[in-house]
Design a protein around this ligand. Structure first.
Ligand code: RFL
Length: 407
């Protein structure tokens, strides 16, 4: 009897030391690290190359993540074209409060749109390092993860037929809505989830930034954020009810709310422009523990989501990818499994640190508009402390910039 095509013992299935599911920042970084060590790997991605190279998301990247990319030969364009930021600004009670984090730590943030980074990583992986990648695949399935010969199968976009590949290891880098996390059987991993109970209307405006830095507005009408992305694109956020319809936010309402919530004495007027992204994010976070099941290693948003409150998701994804890439190289080239066996624990320490920081910051952002005078008072106390205690400021700066001992 012929085995069905996605069975592990499909004869003649091509074999790769590593199959990476997902061509986001995590998957492409893993792929690049493997290719730099001369290892073959296959990256599978549901979207087209054009789509992933244009999908706007993050922009704020920690210096530690940039140095990690640089050490792996992946930061040339970022270092050439990215902006460096040394301060952010909090606006509350009608006043502006500048927070000079570089003065406190000597470290800064980089601003480089995620789609530019993905473009750089795809080019380096596929065009320079000769890595194999299939875009537009459908219905990816993982089998035999607890064996030493797992298989990954997918529908080929050209023929529509099912292709099967054998993998030494599978890197699950397919983001929050992927399939790899769901391949871990119930009871083999714990999912911890937190809902913030608010929505953020995420906006991209065809308009130059209205300030030279990131601005956070804590206002009784709700949080508002201003994030420069490039000379002529700015990301804005407006707190809204979870599940709100973006259609409830026409142009005039958006700019009116932004002006109100970001308004402060002496603040420059906002530069208005066409809104080319308007989507509501229900603010929630989750963490999967452990991030490993058999030969499947989850990385980035596939393993943990941090609502974009503290701009941590991309940074965590890159950190996971460095550890996973290095661990896979050590295991596949020298038989040294130490990196892989410590992978989940090493990632999760940082993940939980950032989850806790995001929770702390969320209360600062949303407490003022909670309608609960107790939460509003406590949020204000956090802000006052930030601007009156050097120790509190130093601690905040370290967490905001993702500075760890030794990193
Ligand atoms: P990604 O980027 O989601 O990539 C996953 C890839 O997998 C593909 N895929 C599949 N491929 C094959 N088979 C399947 N079944 C698949 N299902 C999905 C997807 O098409 C995609 O190409 O995950 P990754 O690599 O883990 O990277 C995570 C980051 O993208 C994410 O954490 C950040 O964007 C979060 N984030 C921010 N992080 C920061 O560090 N700094 C920021 O300033 C920041 N701003 C943001 C953000 C996220 C945002 N949104 C949209 C939630 C701003 C926003 C608005």
């Amino acid at each position: 009897m012929t085995p069905p095509p996605d069975q592990p013992d499909s004869p003649g299935a091509p074999r790769f030391p590593v199959v990476v599911v997902g061509a986001g920042p995590a998957g492409l970084t893993v792929g690049n690290v493997l290719r730099a060590a001369g290892l073959d790997c296959l990256v599978l991605e549901t979207e087209s190359r054009e789509f992933v190279e244009r999908r706007p998301r993050a922009g704020v990247i920690e210096e530690g993540a940039v140095r990690g990319l640089e050490r792996r030969g992946l930061a040339r364009n970022l270092l050439e074209r990215g902006q460096t930021h040394t301060e952010c600004e909090f606006r509350f009670g009608g006043e502006r409060h500048r927070f000079a984090y570089t003065e406190l730590t000597g470290r800064h943030h980089f601003v480089y749109p995620q789609q530019f980074l993905v473009t750089d990583l795809v080019r380096e992986y596929a065009d320079v390092r000769g890595g194999e990648i299939r875009f537009g695949v459908r219905d990816v399935r993982l089998l035999g993860l607890e064996t030493d010969r797992p298989t990954v199968s997918y529908l080929d976009p050209g023929s529509g037929g099912r292709r099967v590949v054998e993998a030494g290891f599978v890197a699950g880098c397919d983001g929050a809505r992927g399939v790899t996390r769901a391949s871990v059987p119930a009871g083999r991993a714990r999912l911890a989830r937190h809902d913030y109970g608010v929505g953020w209307l995420a906006l991209l405006a065809e308009a130059p930034p209205s300030s030279d830095c990131v601005v956070f507005g804590m206002h009784p009408r709700g949080f508002a954020g201003h994030m420069p992305r490039s000379a002529d694109v700015t990301r804005y956020y407006l707190q809204c009810p979870p599940g709100d319809d973006p259609e409830n936010w026409p142009y005039d309402r958006v700019w009116g709310e932004l002006r109100e919530r970001l308004g402060a004495a002496g603040a420059p007027p906002l530069n208005e422009g066409r809104l080319f992204e308007r989507r509501v994010l229900d603010m929630h976070s989750y963490v999967v523990e452990p991030m490993v099941h058999g030969r499947l290693f989850l990385a980035g948003d596939a393993a943990h989501l941090t609502a974009p409150i503290a701009a941590k998701g991309l940074n965590l994804a890159l950190h996971d990818a460095f550890l996973l890439g290095d661990g896979l190289v050590a295991r596949c080239t020298k038989g040294d499994g130490t990196g892989l066996s410590g992978y989940s624990q090493a990632c999760l320490a940082r993940v939980w640190d950032d989850q806790e920081f995001s929770q702390w910051l969320a209360e600062v952002y949303h407490g003022t508009a909670s309608g609960d005078p107790y939460r509003a008072g406590a949020a204000l106390a956090r802000m006052r402390r930030l601007f009156s205690s050097r120790a509190a400021a130093g601690e905040f700066a370290e967490r905001y910039l993702g500075i760890r001992t030794g990193g």
